[in-house]
Ligand binder design. Structure first.
Ligand SMILES: [Mn+2]
Length: 336
């Protein structure tokens, strides 16, 4: 849990700020988007001038959280513009759901030269200490849980919109209450948010039953690459640039697809390799039991959680697959 002293400092920081810029990690997920939306809503209600900024495109299924399109750095606004103050001057930067430079491509440049107060709200173990004030709790299943505690501490009104956004944050980081991080705190928060107006069935539909046909075809292409190793304990899948071209799906459509292979009973750990336009390979890792995939990701400059992590690897695909295979072989060997 975050201590009261940190909450007090965050409240002070917000109280003396008028223009607030809120951002989150690249490949924004439900926790990232939900926290941005909830905090944006709350700070606007407090009379702050709030701007939201993403560092990579928003998956379309999170669009309902925002009243208007959230600008993307490098697409809607250039980092030079941001640095030059042509896209607004801010006295407070809030970063949600990450505390790492590597998760903030391009924004990192702005952050390093900007002489602004920074507030971080995060639950990752990997941390660069980006904040002047940090609300960090690595025991929280989602950054949304920290935000909920903060809102309650600050006694800010919990509107239906905020409850919905925080429910998205918590629901998605727990795999809709299926992952091992689903604890009493998660379910208590869930019930509070439902009481405040969040509608779980409606949210589930918007998040998980809203595939576009291209995204579904991308999933089929991915499933066709499934390989099992070590008696079915390690599953790999991959997607090439050509799969995106053939299906018409976008890179952000890969979110959560890795989890499909964990329906196979033997699978303990899995990797999804995605070839990027620049030739690098994005590798997502999931673990069901003891293997700490954040350690594997960290070896290659990535990060995350024990059971869900990611990193970038050099291409081509076979090289990337081999690098991770060696790590998995070591660990599965050790664990018997
Ligand atoms: Mn998160």
């Amino acid at each position: 849990m975050v201590n009261d002293q940190s909450f007090e400092k965050a409240i002070e920081l917000i109280a003396k700020s008028a223009n607030v810029l809120i951002t989150t990690h690249t490949r924004p997920d439900g926790d990232a988007c939900g926290c941005m939306a909830a905090l944006g809503e709350a700070l606007t209600a407090l009379g702050k001038e709030v701007k939201l900024l993403l560092v990579s495109p928003l998956p379309q299924w999170y669009g309902f959280l925002f009243d208007e399109k959230v600008p993307v750095l490098g697409e809607d606004v250039g980092v030079e513009q941001l640095i030059a103050g042509q896209w607004g001057e801010y006295d407070l930067i809030v970063i949600v759901d990450t505390n790492s430079y590597s998760q903030l491509p391009k924004f990192e440049q702005y952050l390093k030269q900007a002489d602004k107060a920074v507030l971080v709200i995060d639950h990752h173990v990997t941390a660069d200490g980006l904040g002047d004030v940090e609300l960090v709790d690595s025991g929280a299943a989602a950054a949304g849980l920290i935000l909920l505690d903060f809102f309650k501490y600050a006694d800010w009104p919990m509107t239906e919109r905020i409850a919905e956004a925080l429910f998205v944050a918590i629901g998605s980081d727990t795999g809709w209450f299926q992952f091992g991080n689903t604890d009493g705190r998660v379910l208590r928060a869930g019930s509070e948010l439902i009481d405040a107006g969040a509608k779980p069935a409606e949210i589930y539909n918007k998040l998980y039953q809203s595939f576009s046909y291209p995204r579904f075809k991308l999933m089929v292409a991915m499933l066709n690459t499934l390989e099992l190793h070590f008696d079915g304990r390690y599953a790999t899948q991959y997607l090439l640039q050509r799969d995106f071209q053939q299906t018409g799906a976008a890179y952000q459509d890969t979110e959560n697809l890795i989890n499909e292979c964990h329906r196979i009973g033997t699978v303990e750990v899995s990797a999804l390799f995605v070839e990027l336009a620049d030739g690098r390979i994005r590798c997502s890792l999931r673990s069901r039991y003891d293997i700490d995939v954040s350690r594997i990701a960290a070896k290659f400059g990535g990060g995350g959680h024990k059971k869900a992590a990611g990193t970038y690897l050099p291409g081509p695909m076979e090289t990337a697959k081999r690098l991770i295979f060696q790590e998995i072989a070591m660990r599965l060997g050790k664990n018997g």
